[in-house]
Design a protein around this ligand. Structure first.
Ligand SMILES: [Fe+2]
Ligand SMILES: [Fe+2]
Length: 343
């Protein structure tokens, strides 16, 4: 395919602004980052006990902590990334989040069954892409893009953390998939860039994390999960399970999203992000299953329960996001923390 994206505002250097806090934990993190490193208060953070693991406060606080490992925020000293006080709080929040994810999934060690289960569609409860393809409205599709921008503008970055933790064919094949995600050596073909082009065609601002302020916890949680799995070598099996789950489920939903965009008369630049994924992820799925998951488990069979956990946790968080979107739209209101200007 030779289509290139429309030129986007994603050129030059852009730094996201720190978001407004949503509770005591995110206030603690955001306020600290406004100061020089080394000043983080010691002791157990207020708001940690009893914090909702999937709630706005903890998810935003975690997201901000993780972002220091990606691009950071404007005006924030980059050495905060390894500040021991902040890392201690991040670890405490991760434990709360991880425990809730483990408690929310059935578990097990049958990797094959977990991956096959992803392809079974619940016809009684069609998902977001079904809705948008068949009867969704344009403003709903734009909201969906805003939720997804939290990940897609850093697409495949969280998975890069796992590369040094793998060996042999699993490593070689995961890098081959990442090479595609990062555009095969061409900046204008990076999936993050294709998504930025799609946002621009939908009249949205494609600047990195521009919509962090209005993205609810359900949209932050899947990305926090990827960052957590990627940044902990102990969770490498879960990261690989998550990656396989994402690749397996992307192709069918990308096809429906391309159809949704066509229904709204969107141009080819808008649909290329999804059409690219229909083809690419059909291949990525096979590579992930056989060469990454398969090879990794041949070397480290003890990781099977972690792979299953990564698959199931992905399903859990995707379901939560889907429920929020469809529930809000069914009730006749928007699904973001603040409305988008309608157009
Ligand atoms: Fe992709
Ligand atoms: Fe992919």
């Amino acid at each position: 395919m030779t289509i290139t994206t429309a030129p986007t505002a994603q050129t030059g250097f852009f730094e996201a602004r720190l978001p407004r806090p949503r509770g005591p934990l995110s206030a603690l993190v955001v306020r600290a980052l406004e100061e020089p490193p080394g000043s983080f208060p010691s002791g157990r953070a207020q708001g940690l006990s009893g914090a909702d693991p999937f709630g706005e406060d903890l998810q935003l606080a975690l997201y901000v902590c993780y972002e220091l490992h990606y691009r950071g925020f404007a005006g924030v000293d980059p050495t905060w990334e390894w500040d021991p006080g902040l890392l201690r709080l991040r670890r405490d929040m991760e434990e709360v989040f991880l425990a809730a994810l483990r408690a929310g999934v059935p578990g097990g060690d049958d990797v094959h069954a977990a991956l096959e289960g992803l392809l079974v569609e619940d016809l009684d409860a069609p998902g977001v892409s079904h809705h948008l393809k068949d009867r969704g409205e344009w403003w709903q599709l734009r909201e969906y893009l805003v939720h997804r921008s939290i990940y897609h503008l850093k697409e495949a970055d969280p998975h890069a953390w796992v590369i040094p933790r793998l060996q042999g064919q699993a490593k070689a094949s995961l890098v081959a998939v990442e090479f595609d995600e990062f555009g095969g050596g061409r900046a204008d073909r990076m999936h993050s860039r294709l998504f930025a082009g799609l946002m621009e065609e939908a009249g949205l601002d494609p600047s990195y994390l521009y919509y962090l302020e209005i993205a609810p916890a359900v949209a932050l949680a899947p990305v926090n999960m990827m960052s957590m799995f990627g940044l902990h070598r102990a969770l490498r099996g879960a990261l690989v399970g998550h990656f396989a789950a994402a690749e397996i489920t992307t192709a069918p939903s990308a096809r429906r999203m391309a159809q949704a965009l066509e229904r709204f008369g969107a141009g080819r630049y808008a649909t290329v992000f999804f059409t690219e994924h229909i083809e690419a992820d059909a291949v990525h799925e096979q590579v992930l299953r056989r060469d990454v998951v398969g090879d990794m488990l041949d070397r480290e069979p003890g990781l099977a329960p972690d792979v299953v956990f990564g698959v199931q946790a992905t399903e859990l968080l995707e379901e939560r996001l889907g429920d929020r979107l469809l529930g809000s739209w069914r009730a006749g209101h928007g699904s973001l923390l603040a409305g988008l200007p309608r157009r």
